[in-house]
Design a binder for this molecule. Structure first.
Ligand SMILES: C[S@@+](CC[C@H](N)C(=O)[O-])C[C@H]1O[C@@H](n2cnc3c(N)ncnc32)[C@H](O)[C@@H]1O
Length: 204
């Protein structure tokens, strides 16, 4: 089986932004949800599995100063660097498999759109829950967006786990309380649709 990292390096080596189904010019739903949290501009925000998302550039434009991105693919982060230009020196770029990530600080907000759902075995899922529970400050936030139960069963040719609000809540309830959840349809550049569920959790 192709290794996780090899798969994603190959994606970012061979495909432009518009050629991947998850791409959004402006990640409106994530930005609206982040806006609803009334964070301070110096609060630390990490975007997990940033890939080619424009989320951090949009947050930078809004004046956020403590931004980090993480991805398993070094190619995707090279792309991030060239896209951000001079701004990239002010944003911390971390190449890591999320399951091996050892955060050196606690974050005010952890944002994950379309990476958690690639974890398909129980051990990996519980490891992720464990890592995120330790990595977020008390009263900090977790935004997690996955394919919903009415969505697709694969993304980028890989199996995914579909989630409902209840299923996410049952995984994260020990350390987090649910603040909000909403369903959202992402229209891809191939004129297909991806059904997402977005949830906001607050660290207890
Ligand atoms: C479907 S893309 C979503 C990209 C971005 N979050 C967005 O919303 O546009 C999934 C991203 O997660 C990254 N990824 C997948 N598995 C990962 C893992 N185990 N650890 C870290 N990053 C991972 C991939 O390299 C890819 O950039």
């Amino acid at each position: 089986m192709e290794k996780r990292k090899d798969h994603w390096e190959n994606v970012y080596e061979t495909k432009d932004d518009q050629e991947v189904s998850w791409y959004q010019e402006i990640p409106v739903t994530s930005l609206d949800l982040i806006n609803s949290l009334s964070l301070y501009r110096e609060d630390s925000i990490i975007d997990i599995g940033r890939g080619n998302s424009n989320l951090v550039s949009e947050l930078y434009k809004k004046g956020f100063t403590n931004l980090l991105v993480l991805d398993i693919s070094s190619k995707s982060l090279e792309r991030t660097k060239s896209k951000l230009g001079r701004k990239s020196t002010e944003i911390q770029l971390i190449v890591s498999d999320i399951l091996e990530f050892q955060p050196s600080q606690k974050y005010s907000l952890w944002h994950d759109r379309a990476i958690f759902h690639f974890l398909i075995n129980e051990m990996d899922i519980s490891q992720y829950v464990n890592i995120v529970s330790k990595a977020i400050k008390k009263e900090g936030y977790l935004i997690i967006a996955t394919f919903s139960t009415s969505g697709r069963k694969k993304c980028s040719g890989l199996e995914i786990t579909q989630y409902s609000k209840e299923k996410l809540q049952s995984l994260f309830h020990e350390s987090f309380e649910l603040v909000q959840s909403l369903e959202d349809v992402h229209k891809t550049s191939f004129e297909t649709e991806q059904n997402f569920i977005y949830t906001i959790f607050k660290r207890k």
